[in-house]
Design a protein around this ligand. Structure first.
Ligand SMILES: [Zn+2]
Length: 199
């Protein structure tokens, strides 16, 4: 059963148990605190279930938040935006999924470019041509990401930006730089090969 429906069923069962216990126990007739504890047990269980039972399988975030959360919980995590029932998607795949809702053609093109890049990455170690193409793509990306980092630093210095944006941009820059360093370390063509074998 989907997490969404499990959550709603849990709420219905919890509330039904609460009402039933109130009707059976009638707290005004049994002033013992144990009856009160027993009567509110379903409500405590509902709150505990929010923290323990209904969590995103991908990032661990709570799927149910607040009292009405049991009814408004959807099929996707509000934190990582991945589907609760779906497979784990990479950041790029999540971006494509969200974009596909408004701009399916652009999302399709992004996916195609990502798959082509993955293919180049897989072949780069043995195929100098693939390594050169990948290096060109990464160089173009580096220019864009460097511009992004400059922008977020400028905004942060003006006191308007968020530190998280700076950290995200810098992490993206490091990722491209690392990939580029790896790509440049790969053997290229006959000249490079002879240099490596003579070394
Ligand atoms: Zn999540």
């Amino acid at each position: 059963m989907h997490l969404k429906w499990r959550a709603r069923l849990t709420w219905v069962v919890g509330m039904a148990a609460f009402v039933a216990l109130m009707l059976i126990i009638k707290p005004e007739r049994f002033p013992s605190p144990w009856y009160v504890i027993l009567a509110i047990l379903p409500l405590v269980t509902l709150i505990a279930a929010q923290f323990l039972a209904f969590r995103c399988p991908h990032c661990g975030a709570r799927a149910v938040r607040g009292y009405y959360g049991y009814w408004v919980v959807s099929d996707a995590c509000s934190q990582c935006l991945r589907d609760f029932e779906g497979p784990f998607l990479s950041e790029d795949e999540v971006a494509e999924k969200l974009l596909a809702e408004d701009k399916p053609d652009l999302a399709k093109r992004m996916r195609q470019e990502r798959l082509e890049e993955e293919d180049l990455r897989n072949r780069a170690a043995l195929d100098p041509q693939a390594a050169a193409t990948l290096e060109r793509i990464l160089n173009e990306r580096l220019v864009g990401v460097e511009g992004w980092v400059r922008d977020v630093h400028r905004i942060a210095q003006s006191g308007q930006g968020d530190r998280k944006d700076v950290a995200t941009a810098e992490a993206a820059l490091k990722k491209v730089q690392d990939e580029l360093a790896w790509c440049r370390s790969l053997p290229r063509g006959s000249a490079e090969r002879s240099r490596l074998t003579s070394a």
